[in-house]
Design a protein around this ligand. Structure first.
Ligand code: SF4
Length: 82
């Protein structure tokens, strides 16, 4: 059977984590709160066995928001411009 594009998701370290760590729950989130939230999410990503697959999928889908593969949307955009 052919692998599907989300086969990697079963190994995600963020399964069961608070989604609000990876996405802002508040459009008016303060910069300091955002940095703190993202650092917590990135710590989970750092130990994730499928980090590369996650990042690749987010880049392919042009994900506009959230932490994917350990990078936020600005970091992913910078990566594609490099
Ligand atoms: S890299 Fe981060 S966002 Fe992606 S699956 Fe792993 S823990 Fe979740």
């Amino acid at each position: 059977m052919a692998a599907t594009s989300l086969d990697w998701a079963g190994g995600a370290a963020c399964r069961g984590s608070e989604g609000s760590l990876f996405y802002s729950a508040d459009s008016a989130e303060r910069k300091e709160d955002r940095l703190e939230r993202e650092q917590l999410a990135k710590r989970i990503c750092a130990g994730c066995a499928v980090r590369e697959e996650c990042l690749h999928a987010a880049l392919e889908r042009h994900e506009s928001y959230g932490i994917w593969g350990g990078l936020n949307e600005f970091e992913r955009r910078a990566l594609t411009r490099a």
